[in-house]
Design a protein around this ligand. Structure first.
Ligand code: TMP
Length: 217
């Protein structure tokens, strides 16, 4: 046990998950403001991304036009981006006592690559265990949304222009399978999840998040 009073307590690691168009980035922003008002230092970040190499991998895996990316390669690209993100950004900031809010993490790979791409949740979990060195969120906030509603919201957001990336461009039934995969993950470990109906207003969602965070802080 570390008895050095000058060592800061480890920050909270909070992950936001959910389908595309669920409103994760709004809730990351509001949660950051909430924790800062409470006097905490907060880092908000996203996956894939958050480091130079991870942002490059993000472009490669999400943009159209890099040729065929098979399922295993896709899963490893997300995992590689995550490894750099954990080692260079997430873990050091948690150790320094900052709360880290992350838009997507391992569950996205379990849902999109494990279930969506049919690689199997266990196989994808294994490469991610290696990538993250076993780091797990203290809380995962799952913003649950139907595929149709998510697609509609993305279109509203872009003024009707379809600028879908490689994953967003998948059909609704792919996104429905992702949705159910997230719900199954939450059901298996309810104490580590807060599942919210993403069609509620941003303010209502933030109230529920605040209540849960007050228990954790
Ligand atoms: P974003 O649009 O929420 O930033 O996420 C980028 C896309 O990448 C989104 O369609 C989900 C997908 N994705 C995966 O397929 N696997 C992953 O591990 C992550 C982090 C994202």
């Amino acid at each position: 046990m570390n008895s050095d009073a000058s060592t800061p307590a480890r920050g909270l690691f909070i992950v936001f998950e959910g389908g595309d168009g669920a409103g994760k980035s709004t809730q990351v922003r509001l949660t950051r403001q909430l924790l800062e008002r409470n006097g905490g230092e907060v880092l908000s970040t996203r996956e894939p991304g958050g480091t130079e190499i991870s942002e490059k991998l993000r472009s490669l895996v999400l943009e159209h036009g890099h040729g065929t990316i098979d399922e295993r390669t896709e899963a490893l690209m997300y995992a590689a981006a995550r490894a750099a993100h954990v080692q260079q950004v997430i873990a050091p900031n948690l150790r320094a006592g900052r709360h880290v809010l992350c838009d997507r993490f391992v569950d996205s790979s379990l849902a999109y690559q494990g279930v969506g791409r049919n690689l199997g949740v266990e196989k994808v979990a294994a490469i991610n265990e290696f990538a993250t060195d076993g780091l797990r969120p203290d809380l995962t906030i799952l913003l649950d949304i139907s595929a149709a509603e998510g697609r509609l919201r993305r279109l509203t957001h872009t003024g009707g222009v379809d600028d879908s990336d490689r994953l967003e461009a998948e059909p609704d039934d792919f996104h429905e399978r992702i949705r159910h995969a997230f719900l199954e993950l939450a059901k298996a470990a309810p104490q580590r999840y807060l599942v919210l109906d993403a069609t509620a207003s941003a303010e209502q969602l933030q109230d529920l998040i605040r209540e849960r965070l007050e228990e954790l802080l």
